[in-house]
Ligand binder design. Structure first.
Ligand code: C2E
Ligand code: CA
Ligand code: CA
Ligand code: CA
Length: 278
């Protein structure tokens, strides 16, 4: 146990097996993760296949937990959503990602796009648009260099989310539907939402090129995106075979371990510029 400010005790025990206690403990520690600067953004590059150039990065959150080590978002984002911490964490993510982007714009002299994942609760919070505008202004980032990624589950409150998507687009901010194809009403969403990009979920990419059904589905999604003038990215590209299949299908942009792992800022930038040739 470790004593903290405001008289709070945060128990870090590595042998805790009771999931409830672990969860409570995580939740308690997550309260302090921000102020203790234990949260960090990793960046995964997105590449343009035809040009062989770097498009930008997706920011992916990590928690450097003092005892458990590096935690992935699946281990704490749900908790953050449930205990109401997601708004402050989300604001931090947005702000940090844009700060990083403005720094990279300066050092590289190139126009990169920064994709930021946003949870439903954060997206639907009253002041989300204000936060986005403020962060863009603070870091002097042109709106079109920010891409907000939402999933189909964000769109449960459809009217409301449609209003927010439209307002973001009005600002010039890009909006992507993440994990595209995994929900039940993907096509209906496209009919009613002015999004700028779809990200084809990695479950469709996994079995390429052998699985003809998946090949057909990806091909259809690419054609659909093209005729709707939507940008499209294939996610989770892990092998050369998958990459070649996507290239043959004319997939414009790609992301995945084959092209680059999510990495801390300095290494991400270095890696992205050296692997452009791939
Ligand atoms: P996502 O937005 O679909 O992000 C892609 C996930 O796939 C990332 O996992 C990434 O590391 C992983 N990935 C990338 N390329 C490959 C690949 O080639 N193969 C495989 N198997 N995986 C790949 P990660 O970083 O663990 O993030 C998991 C999820 O957590 C994200 O899924 C996103 O929904 C959420 N998330 C991440 N960062 C944030 C954040 O800042 N805020 C919020 N609200 N959610 C976040
Ligand atoms: Ca994402
Ligand atoms: Ca995804
Ligand atoms: Ca996902």
């Amino acid at each position: 146990a470790k004593r903290q400010g405001k008289g709070r005790i945060c128990v870090y025990t590595s042998d805790m097996t009771d999931t409830v206690r672990t969860r409570l403990n995580l939740e308690q520690c997550l309260h302090h993760a921000l102020e203790r600067q234990e949260l960090e953004l990793y960046y995964q590059p997105v590449f343009d296949l035809a040009e062989g150039s770097l498009v930008g990065f997706e920011a992916l959150i990590r928690w450097n937990h003092p005892v458990s080590g590096l935690l992935l978002p699946d281990q704490f984002i749900r908790i953050a959503e449930e205990c109401g911490l997601i708004q402050s964490i989300g604001s931090w993510v947005l702000d940090s990602a844009l700060q990083q982007l403005s720094q990279w714009s300066e050092t590289t002299g190139t126009t990169l796009v920064m994709a930021v994942n946003v949870s439903p609760k954060q997206f639907l919070q009253d002041d989300f648009l204000t936060l986005v505008e403020a962060a863009l202004r603070r870091w002097q980032v042109p709106a079109h260099q920010l891409e907000i990624e939402i999933t189909e589950s964000t769109l449960q409150d459809f009217q409301r989310s449609r209003g927010i998507v439209s307002a973001l687009r009005g600002l010039g901010v890009r909006v992507a539907i993440d994990d595209f194809g995994t929900g039940y009403s993907s096509l209906a969403l496209l009919k009613h939402l002015p999004v700028s990009r779809i990200k084809i979920d990695r479950s469709f990419i996994l079995a390429l090129p052998d699985n003809k059904r998946d090949l057909g589905l990806v091909s259809v999604m690419l054609k659909m995106a093209s005729s709707l003038e939507l940008q499209v990215t294939a996610e989770g590209v892990e092998t050369r075979q998958q990459a070649e299949a996507l290239q043959q299908l004319g997939c414009p942009t790609v992301q995945g371990f084959y092209y680059g792992y999510p990495l801390p800022a300095a290494r991400a930038l270095q890696g992205a510029f050296t692997s452009v040739q791939r």
